[in-house]
Design a binder for this molecule. Structure first.
Ligand code: SAH
Length: 396
């Protein structure tokens, strides 16, 4: 019999609303024994069954819910059902948008907390982020093998959040062949190279797919600055859209080298592209001081906020780079600006852009709003799943 996690009186409320996390403060005791990651039953203060969850004794998120159904066992068949349900949405999306790569499992929002799986062609890339996810590694892989017999599986659980769960960082081939150094994928008709083994995250920022696509519509006859370019997805998109020139900036030379290759791979004019290995914060100031001007700026920084204590600092960072970007734009220029920090709410981000506009002494209109692509769904019971937002702004 599974161990039982008993909640404090009244602390079942969020579970009744089907939020999948149980914080340490809600827990009274664990009845019975459970190893880290093992499946337990969660009960209210009266002993009434609420959910089946994974036990994370070392984390502040003490348990994550696998199932709300008392009859459902957490086994290979459970993972097969979750994978099939998730695949259904992606099949529709892959056909609609001409994709061979997408996020197959977006953790909590696909009913598998702590599990990320990205599909790049016939490679499945896993990130197991919680004790429960790690504990279920074998059944999950068995389910993947059953559902995707044609796919190789590679582990990129080399992420520091695992330390909070008392887990080591892991990486390597799980099944099948080693991913090539540069795997070509297709996104809205573009070809892009993905480095599964050493690239950022699982190799590529799939979540920005729709914003990259949208960039085409803003690029015609414009001089573009692509800040935090990574492997140049926005640059390729801007060139397809007919920009006159695109400058891509990133601190990673490896990423910039792939950006150049991506432009060539799509048969675009590499003479219109420049690649600068530099700190965006510094470069924007240099450009401002030298009077450099652009007509379209993409601002897609990495996550600035890991916890609530960092939020105020992050707000200053976002305001700073967006103000500088506005100052570099010719009148009527466009700023496509993003925040992938989950703790930064959309309305707060909008206020920061408004503040940046005041400081830049420019009038700014919000033209369009962006979010993470649809293969990163947000389940209604877990609004935290909504982390990526952006705006297209016209800077007068
Ligand atoms: N726009 C990219 C994803 C950007 S991810 C895409 O569409 O794929 C954020 C990128 O910012 C990373 O490539 C990282 O190397 C880079 N980066 C982080 N800090 C930076 C800084 N201060 N200056 C320039 N680049 C930075």
């Amino acid at each position: 019999m599974s161990a039982r996690l008993i909640l404090a009186k009244g602390r079942e409320k969020s579970l009744l609303r089907r939020h999948p996390w149980i914080f340490s403060g809600a827990v009274v005791r664990l009845e019975g024994k459970a190893q880290s990651g093992e499946t337990i039953d969660v009960c209210d203060s009266q002993g009434k069954w609420l959910a089946r969850a994974a036990w994370s004794p070392q984390s502040q998120i003490r348990a994550r819910v696998w199932s709300w159904n008392q009859d459902e066992a957490i086994d290979i068949a459970f993972f097969v059902r979750r994978l099939q349900s998730a695949q259904h949405l992606r099949d529709w999306l892959a056909e609609r948008d001409n994709l061979d790569s997408y996020r197959l499992i977006a953790g909590e929002s696909d009913g598998l907390p702590g599990i990320t799986i990205d599909r790049f062609g016939n490679f499945l890339v896993l990130q197991l982020l919680s004790a429960g996810a790690e504990y279920q590694r074998a059944p999950l892989i068995a389910a993947l093998t059953q559902c995707y017999p044609q796919c190789a599986i590679y582990d990129r659980s080399d992420v520091s959040v695992r330390k909070k769960e008392g887990l080591e960082l892991t990486q390597g081939v799980v099944l099948g062949e080693l991913p090539p150094e540069h795997l070509p994928i297709t996104e809205h008709g573009m070809k892009l190279l993905v480095d599964i083994q050493t690239g950022h995250k699982t190799g590529y920022y799939l979540d920005q797919r729709d914003s990259r696509f949208a960039t085409r519509r803003y690029a015609k006859d414009r001089r573009v600055l692509n800040c935090f370019s990574y492997t140049g997805g926005f640059a390729v998109s801007a060139l397809i859209g007919g920009c006159t020139e695109v400058v891509s900036v990133d601190t990673s030379q490896a990423a910039l080298d792939v950006a150049r290759q991506n432009i060539e791979l799509n048969g675009l004019d590499v003479n219109k592209a420049t690649f600068l290995r530099d700190d965006v914060f510094k470069l924007l100031r240099t450009y401002r001081d030298s009077g450099e001007k652009f007509d379209l700026i993409v601002m897609d920084p990495p996550k600035f906020v890991e916890n609530k204590n960092q939020l105020a600092g992050a707000c200053r960072g976002y305001k700073d780079i967006n103000m500088l970007a506005m100052q570099l734009l010719n009148p009527g220029g466009m700023l496509l600006t993003f925040s992938c920090s989950g703790l930064m709410a959309t309305d707060l981000f909008q206020k920061i852009i408004a503040d940046a506009a005041l400081d830049a002494h420019r009038d700014v209109q919000f033209i369009e709003q962006f979010r993470q692509a649809a293969d990163h769904p947000v389940i209604a019971t877990y609004p935290e799943g909504m982390y990526l937002k952006g705006f297209a702004c016209r800077v007068l």
